[in-house]
Design a protein. Structure first.
Length: 133
């Protein structure tokens, strides 16, 4: 077992990650209705849809930026050619594989992303960031 890297602001690293490329669709619920639903303990399911292939690079860069990494340029982006269907889940995974040099812009967020992963599909190995110097 190796220790997690502890990134510092300004560190330049190479990251590699498989991401489940999905959007959550915006759904408007009136505030009064939302309060009643939450008070009753009813879970609210938000519909998801696959990120269009032409938007995956921009979507991935935005996701990683919110997690403490500024991606300079994607060295490698393998777009989903087909969906992988896990046995115990109703939907399919839309997985994009990427590798990119990045700069740590928020050390705390980057450390959290390395420890917990990012995005959806964590149970299936997506979102786990691998770091190289």
């Amino acid at each position: 077992v190796t220790d997690l890297p502890r990134p510092a602001d300004g560190d330049r690293v190479t990251i590699a990650v498989d991401l489940e490329a999905v959007h959550r669709r915006a759904v408007h619920i009136e505030p009064e209705v939302y309060a009643e639903i939450r008070a009753a303990g009813i879970p609210i399911r938000v519909p998801r849809s696959a990120v269009p292939r032409e938007e995956v690079a921009m979507w991935a860069e935005k996701l990683l930026t919110t997690r403490g990494f500024r991606v300079e340029v994607l060295d490698h982006l393998e777009l989903p050619s087909r969906s992988w269907r896990p046995q115990r889940r109703g939907g399919a995974l839309n997985v994009a594989r990427l590798r990119a040099p990045a700069t740590v812009v928020d050390a705390a967020a980057a450390a959290d992303a390395l420890a917990r992963g990012v995005g959806r599909g964590l149970s299936f190995g997506c979102g786990l960031i691998r770091v190289g110097a």
